[in-house]
Design a protein around this ligand. Structure first.
Ligand SMILES: [Zn+2]
Length: 324
């Protein structure tokens, strides 16, 4: 995914946490305090969400976890049932066959887990240290980490980041697909190119150029999909942490990739003419895009929420201890 896709997903995750229904009263309080905190730090969204590509440069192994049919692993980790990708692949025959990791150095779920832990650590240290302490992390540093985290979480939803076939070679269908998404963002949203920011609407979210045209884009379908989906905070049955959750996401992205481009196709016979028409039964590119983007927004919101809640629960305990 490219710069503005990543930034847009981060914004929509904040919006989801702010507006979506479905949280218990206690969880709503945690979400509201996170939103309150985010509001003063969102100018770093684009830079932060793009940092993993522009500066960190760990793309070859940390932005991917690629699978192929084969090996001995038969158990797919579970995703929340409300996910679009779950619906699209739940009856897909490949789900009943073993699968294996292609390159054991791929570590996207580890990367997500480590940044999530790091955010909690930073917040605890910040709370513990006196104001102005030279070792106290700043809010901006924490925000930057959260936006970086959103990048890796989003990448796990991109089918080709989880498919061992070489779609970055040949007709470079991987880049072609991501370019299409980025062009859609640039087409529909007003971007301040001088300082790499979206212009904002009165609610503080990316400003549409033409609300009419947007109605027929897949982005509107993403919005509709999420409006109809309650905000949950579960990582899925049996998933105890970010690492488990991101493995589940990657495994489903692998299935979605094969659902869209069936076995028997690879970088040598997929072209820019046929790539959208290979699935059987037909899966439109727009429908795949809606699944990728709506689920990515949902996942970013879940991961951020859980990180923030963990910190706040810790903070509450600390305060209780200090009371005489
Ligand atoms: Zn990436």
């Amino acid at each position: 995914m490219n710069q503005f896709s990543h930034a847009w997903l981060a914004f929509m995750a904040i919006k989801r946490l702010e507006k979506a229904r479905g949280l218990s009263e206690k969880n709503r309080e945690h979400a509201d305090s996170l939103i309150e905190w985010f509001k003063s730090h969102k100018d770093g969204v684009i830079r932060g969400a793009w940092y993993p590509d522009s500066v960190i440069g760990d793309k070859p192994n940390s932005h991917v976890l690629k699978f192929r049919p084969g090996g001995t692993n038969t158990e797919f980790k579970q995703l929340p049932r409300t996910y679009r990708v779950y619906e699209l692949v739940k009856d897909f025959p490949l789900r009943n066959r073993p699968f294996e990791v292609v390159d054991k150095n791929d570590n996207l779920p580890d990367r997500c887990e480590s940044i999530a832990e790091s955010v909690v650590d930073h917040l605890k240290i910040q709370e513990h240290e006196e104001k102005g302490s030279p070792v106290s992390p700043t809010d901006n540093q924490v925000a930057l980490l959260l936006f970086m985290l959103s990048h890796y979480v989003a990448d796990a939803h991109v089918p080709f980041h989880c498919d061992g076939r070489r779609f970055s070679e040949g007709k470079r269908i991987h880049a072609h697909m991501e370019d299409k998404w980025d062009k859609t963002m640039r087409h529909h949203y007003k971007i301040n190119k001088q300082n790499d920011r979206f212009f904002y609407d009165p609610d503080g979210y990316p400003l549409l150029i033409n609300a009419q045209q947007y109605q027929s884009s897949f982005l509107k379908k993403v919005d509709d999909e999420l409006c109809n989906r309650k905000l949950g905070v579960s990582f899925g049955n049996g998933n105890n942490n970010v690492w488990d959750f991101m493995n589940a996401v990657c495994q489903h992205s692998y299935l979605l990739s094969y659902r869209f481009i069936p076995e028997g196709y690879d970088h040598e016979n997929v072209t820019r003419e046929n790539w959208q028409d290979l699935s059987e039964p037909n899966l439109e590119f727009d429908d795949l895009s809606v699944a990728v983007f709506s689920d990515a927004i949902d996942s970013i919101a879940r991961v951020w929420f859980r990180v923030w809640r963990r910190y706040e629960k810790w903070e509450k305990k600390q305060r209780a201890k200090k009371k005489p």
